[in-house]
Design a protein around this ligand. Structure first.
Ligand SMILES: [Zn+2]
Length: 349
């Protein structure tokens, strides 16, 4: 009798747990496609003759693998051929960044033989350089990359006033949080001469392990740029990134795409607002929050990845007004890409 009672008790506990797990839950994915970590690859010194591997190899190698990168242009070094190439790279999904007009040191250094720049050079090194990118590619660079990563607070504040989206002026050898922090103080890690190329894969994997955003800085390949590597070594890295993306571990994106996603995440809360008799969500609502956004022209989109966990069958369709919402089912989760400008999401079974 005692045993029967115990079994009965155990049975109720188990059924209660099962009933609990049937309750649907919804959340905003920390990173797009509900990846565990994010990765941005920046190639500095586009336009310089010594870094021509960016246009000769890197563009094609990344485009063939559908991996978007950022390239930081020294605008004073770009000739007409470089601008044509920059436009083609942008059409491939890559992002151009402003790396100043003449690549000088933003703070005096013993080793710096390239000359220094300061406030009096802002009209050239920042403004004219921005205009050249705008005029030649039709794109605002959105992010500023300080040569040799040497900057001052005055420079960063000038960029804020000039409506940039951000800058690589944070801490070196540090990851970035999944949540929006100051995008003008982005942390990064630089690939240095003599480092084993395996450090590239390790740093991307660190983003996955710590569920954060890694920004990797490199220069060219198969050229004379600082810390260049071979095409074969670079391919090893890209193939590793591709595998991590296919395994849904990593989201590889440009600086603008990651920062846009971080901003958009702050604009909405998400909740299940209607269910059917089986306890499946039939309506999800994005509740607008009071978030301050940068200039609309600097944002790349208004979409978010929403994740719904529930047991039972998957929806036949998901819609927002008349738009079909793309979704996939993975590990028992329904992962959808929604437009945050339309608040109601309807699920039919
Ligand atoms: Zn540089």
């Amino acid at each position: 009798m005692k045993n029967t009672l115990l079994l009965l008790c155990l049975y109720s506990v188990v059924s209660f747990a099962q009933a609990q797990s049937k309750i649907a839950q919804v959340y905003i994915a920390p990173f797009r496609h509900d990846a565990e970590g994010a990765y941005t690859l920046i190639h500095d010194d586009f336009g310089a003759q010594y870094a021509r591997g960016i246009e000769e190899y890197i563009d094609t190698m990344t485009y063939n693998r559908k991996l978007p990168i950022c390239f930081a242009a020294i605008t004073g070094e770009c000739d007409q051929e470089d601008w044509t190439k920059a436009k083609a790279m942008i059409a491939h999904g890559h992002q151009i960044l402003n790396h100043t007009m003449s690549h000088k040191c933003g703070q005096p250094q013993n080793w710096c033989t390239f000359g220094n720049w300061d406030e009096k050079d802002f009209p050239t090194e920042i403004d004219k350089s921005t205009e050249l990118i705008w005029k030649n590619t039709g794109k605002h660079p959105a992010f500023f990359i300080f040569p040799f990563d040497l900057s001052t607070d005055t420079m960063v504040n000038y960029l804020r006033a000039k409506h940039y989206l951000g800058a690589r002026a944070g801490k070196v050898n540090m990851l970035n949080d999944k949540k929006l922090n100051d995008p003008f103080l982005l942390n990064y890690t630089v690939f240095r001469p003599g480092e084993p190329h395996t450090a590239l894969n390790e740093f991307a994997d660190k983003a996955i392990q710590s569920k954060s955003w890694a920004i990797r800085v490199m220069h060219g390949i198969e050229d004379e740029s600082w810390a260049h590597i071979t095409a074969e070594e670079y391919a090893t890295h890209l193939n590793h990134l591709q595998r991590q993306i296919q395994n849904h571990k990593l989201w590889m994106a440009t600086l603008s795409d990651v920062v846009t996603y971080q901003y958009i995440k702050e604009t909405s809360d998400v909740a299940i607002t209607d269910e059917n008799k089986k306890g499946q969500a039939t309506q999800i609502t994005l509740e607008p929050l009071n978030a301050k956004l940068p200039d609309e022209k600097l944002l790349t989109n208004h979409s978010l990845t929403i994740v719904l966990t529930q047991t039972g069958s998957t929806p036949k369709s998901i819609t927002q007004e008349t738009q079909a919402v793309p979704f996939e089912v993975r590990d028992g989760k329904i992962i959808m890409e929604v437009n945050t400008l339309l608040h109601e999401i309807v699920l039919t079974y």
